[in-house]
Design a protein around this ligand. Sequence first.
Ligand SMILES: C[S@@+](CC[C@H](N)C(=O)[O-])C[C@H]1O[C@@H](n2cnc3c(N)ncnc32)[C@H](O)[C@@H]1O
Length: 433
Amino acid sequence: MAYRLARDQKGPFQGVRLQWSGKEEKPDIVPLRLELVKVVTPPCEPKEKEHPVTTLSSGQGTRDYEETVPFPLEPEGREEVQASRQATPAALRRPACDQPEFLSWRDRLIQGENGRVMTALLPELRGKVDLIYLDPPFNSGYDFLLPPEAEGHNGQAPSGTGARAYRDSWGKDLAPYLAFLYHRLVLMRELLADDGSLYLHVDWHAGHYLKLLLDEIFGRENFRNEIIWKRDIAGKGAKKGSGQWPRNFDTLFFYSKSLCYHFVQPYRPLSEKQKGAYRHREPDGRRFKAVQLGDYSQESVDRLMTAGLIYTSSTGRRYKKYYLDEAQATVDAIWDDIPGFGTRTAAREFLNFPKQKPEALLRRIIEASSREGDLVADFFSGSGTTLVVAGKLGRRWIGVEENPRAVEIARKRLEGTAGQPPFEVWAAPSRQV
Ligand SMILES: C[S@@+](CC[C@H](N)C(=O)[O-])C[C@H]1O[C@@H](n2cnc3c(N)ncnc32)[C@H](O)[C@@H]1O
């Protein structure tokens, strides 16, 4: 086996990490020389969107970013990553909306290999990306093909009839796949703002190995959660006689760059079953549920009593009232309310792009982990789902994708998205998009 677990007893990363031969080797990722191919102005554009200011309580004006090594993969480089990881961002500062950097921003769709593109972007965007979502190849062992008509919605054509969309066969040895993502995750951490967040979308093929790499690069203390996205709500994949439980969910690892990060808890309406628990009624018909009091002080109970928030049962027991018209269900880490395209291929947004993700999934992530005006990046942007949703939500965006056909699909999709401000398409000089 080419990879193994190693234990670091001292140094900034003290814990178990994944090791493989060649991990410490500096990868040969040369920055891609990019040129602006065109500026696309979506036709149904109501007005040039202004990106509103977002502020943090801790400061205003520009922020100072500490210079870290550009490509910190040597052992000593890794130490610097770990050291900067542990630094608390004392005075986070966000560029104010009247600064040229902010005003002149145009969203960018970049065609190119993401390692090379990120290396090229680093001098300009180090520490400036607020949210990264990435949906890389999962090491599934398959190569995915584009249907010939992938540019438009058809909903019917089977995948696999056209040109290769992307390669996802890496051979039996996991090491090349892990090395590929490891080097790119290091670059992404460099691009991420001090209070930024990253969501890595994976599945059972390699997710558990990638969790170790993320712990090493971001720090275990910055692991926020593991989200289970149950993509096949109807239980697809539960083939009779498959001999094991259906593989019907993906995993999203959510990391922040530091302990200071932005998060807005999303809520959803109560299910009918949850509503059923609100079986008591006030004289005016207002429904409430009665919950055991727990550890309240007598003073608190008196206060609740005065406010009319205590329910006393026929046996004299007291409960706290919770009203149905004020109730919301917290969206937790099990996401089973967003169907994937396995079961709804007729969805209008579905372009038949292999492994395309639903807009609702990206909406949830972007709304929870970024503010209007923030910069959202997707370095495996495929058909452009993240970019479309980021644009609709008033976020700035950067999308990187190496397949020119996929870039074309994303470009057309963005062009047809109402409210998307003009955006730029970039590629290596020889490439026409
Ligand atoms: C799973 S798909 C992304 C699908 C996307 N989330 C969507 O909703 O359409 C992965 C994409 O990553 C792209 N990709 C793979 N390796 C890449 C690399 N090194 N640089 C840039 N793009 C890459 C593939 O071409 C493919 O389009």
